[in-house]
Design a protein. Structure first.
Length: 116
């Protein structure tokens, strides 16, 4: 069902890092874009820094396992055929391909180094 009336601003909140931002659209085909179909249903907002109407930003999506809202930041979610939040990724890490496991391990090392 299409809603044509202007709805009040909706807010996307990442349930992992708490990132909070207004979004204008949720789905796979952002409006005012030519032939863009996203790989997943996303929270999308118009790019506030671009005068180009077709420019948009993907804020986040929902985890395909636990349905948490997570942002696309690499600390919060991973896209591997579907969107997974980091807590699900860590829980099911052995089911991801070795390449992804290796990438995540590398990232963990880097963040540890940054903290100390
Ligand atoms: Zn986040
Ligand atoms: Zn999850």
């Amino acid at each position: 069902m299409e809603q044509t009336s202007e709805s009040p601003q909706k807010t996307f909140t990442c349930q992992l890092c708490g990132l909070c931002s207004a979004f204008t659209y949720y789905g796979q085909k952002p409006p005012n874009t030519r032939a863009i179909v996203l790989l997943e249903e996303c929270f999308v907002t118009k790019d506030p820094f671009s005068p180009d109407k077709e420019k948009f930003l993907v804020l986040g999506s929902t985890c395909s396992l636990c349905s948490k809202c997570v942002c696309v930041g690499s600390d919060c979610s991973l896209f591997y055929t579907k969107r997974f939040c980091m807590s699900c990724v860590n829980k099911h890490l052995d089911q991801f391909p070795h390449q992804i496991q290796a990438e995540l391990a590398k990232k963990k090392q880097n963040s540890k180094a940054a903290v100390s």
